[in-house]
Design a protein. Structure first.
Length: 433
């Protein structure tokens, strides 16, 4: 990272107001360092939605949205999805390198050591309504971890941060599976530390105490891939939420709970659930055109869910991988003629031929095909965003760790363009009109 160029801000008359350093990363657009802008000129910048703002320095994930590229630690997502495992990618995000065999074994042992929850957390779940959305249980139980594991919330202590990191990574699948079981009215299934991360999660979700759980290898493989594809995605809304919450030195469990809340929105991770609802509503290919027209109509707030992305102005690489996985899994499960998959492909085809979507560079995103796979595996739609959250936890906690190590870290405190009233005198209630 270096600054060897400057840009200058000039006023209307051409007079130089200040010089700002241009900082180059290893890849991607350079940034203009505006930290001293206000002090030197009295101006703030205005960028709602942060379309032109880099909020931090990060070495974890690189996205080139124009070319549909996503890499973690320099490795292409396609290679990671095909050849790696979720815990290996987690190690990469947390430590910056892929693990050696020995490192991988030690890391997996550490994660698996922490899969159980404090038993009293079960009582916490029982306070929720059975028909509650599992995302609300996930937010509550994750936040509650700070009251059960307060021995590891000294955020300025590196060892404490490390233990919290393992706890988040290890306990999130257990919490998610408990949320699922609770809303189904089935008994909780304890984790089985002899199983891999993804197998364990599948068993906790679908296993029953009365019978042996039989794994479907194709489902396990597909879920492993889904977890890898959702592990991190640089400074998206939920990750930025985690960083913002953490910038005040809040405890990591609370920060992750904040991230989960942000993820739930339909413009973000909640889109995978919304895609399935949309496909169900469309129902048949003959109604696709009608819904495309609705999505284009500015007086209608309907949007084509699973389409469009702030950064990708090309096919989301995760969506192309998942489309292939969808085909494979449905084939293996004997559901390849599944109406929803046929409908989704047809919807994609028609949208990508439509000028509206072409002009705005709106392509399928990661949420477009993931729900169809999860549904075929037996997850209800309400669990889709929960699964996204389980996988994204590692990204959140890795980004949080990176921020906590950053010597330039400051509390997040954006400013605003004030448009309210100027100073006026208080009017007593009797005199107000
Ligand atoms: N359907 C119809 N029109 C769309 C869509 C869509 N899905 N997405 C964007 N547009 C239009 C939008 O109306 C605008 O048109 P115009 O220029 O005429 O005003 C233009 O495209 C640019 O959209 P924007 O809202 O300014 O783009 P954004 O970067 O602020 O929003 C987005 C990105 C993902 C929130 C948006 O594309 C969207 O709402 N998509 C549907 C929800 C979705 O699939 N979300 C998952 C995102 S990927 C996974 C994740 O983040 O978790």
């Amino acid at each position: 990272m270096g600054a060897n160029k400057k840009v200058y801000l000039v006023d209307e008359s051409g007079e130089r107001m200040c010089g700002l350093d241009v900082i180059e990363g290893t890849e991607g657009p350079p940034v203009i360092d505006i930290q001293k802008l206000y002090k030197e000129t009295g101006y703030f910048t205005y960028d709602p939605g942060f379309t032109s703002t880099a909020s931090c320095v990060s070495a974890l994930t690189y996205i080139d949205g124009e070319n549909g590229i996503l890499r973690h630690g320099g490795y292409a997502i396609e290679e990671l999805a095909e050849q790696s495992t979720f815990l290996e990618v987690s190690y990469l995000l947390l430590k910056g390198e892929l693990p050696t065999l020995e490192e991988k074994r030690d890391f997996e042992d550490m994660v698996l050591q922490h899969t159980m929850l404090h038993d009293q957390l079960q009582n916490f779940f029982r306070g929720f309504r059975r028909d509650a959305h599992p995302m609300s249980l996930l937010i509550g139980a994750t936040g509650a971890l700070s009251s059960f594991y307060h021995d590891s919330i000294n955020v300025n202590d590196e060892r404490s941060r490390e233990i919290s990191t393992y706890r988040v990574l290890a306990k999130m699948p257990t919490i998610a599976a408990m949320a699922f079981k609770y809303t189904k009215g089935e008994p909780f299934t304890y984790p089985d530390n002899g199983l891999g991360y993804v197998e364990n999660f599948q068993k906790m979700c679908f296993g029953l105490p009365v019978e042996e759980y039989k794994f479907i290898p194709e489902s396990v493989k597909a879920l492993e891939q889904i977890f890898i594809l959702h592990a991190d995605h640089e400074q998206n809304a939920s990750t930025s939420t985690v960083r913002t919450a953490g910038s005040s030195e809040a405890n990591p469990f609370g920060c992750v709970a904040a991230g989960i809340s942000s993820l739930w929105g339909p413009a973000h991770g909640g889109a995978n659930e919304a895609v399935l609802k949309m496909l169900d509503e469309i129902g048949t290919s003959s109604r696709i055109k009608e819904y495309i027209e609705k999505a284009k109509d500015k007086d209608d707030n309907f949007r084509l869910m699973g389409f469009g992305h702030r950064v990708y102005k090309n096919y989301d690489p995760r969506a192309s991988i998942l489309k292939g996985t969808c085909k494979e899994v449905l084939g293996a499960l004997g559901k390849d003629k599944e109406d929803l998959f046929v409908l989704a492909q047809e919807l994609e085809r028609i949208a990508l031929e439509d000028e509206y979507f072409v002009d705005r560079k709106l392509f399928p995103n990661v949420d477009f095909y993931s729900g169809i796979i999860l549904k075929a595996m037996g997850y209800p739609t309400s669990m889709f965003t929960v699964l996204f959250a389980v996988a994204r936890c590692v990204g959140w906690i890795a980004q949080w760790n990176e921020m906590m190590r950053d010597s330039d870290r400051r509390i997040s405190r954006p400013r605003q363009l004030y448009t309210g009233e100027r100073l006026r005198s208080f009017v007593s209630i009797e005199e107000r009109k």
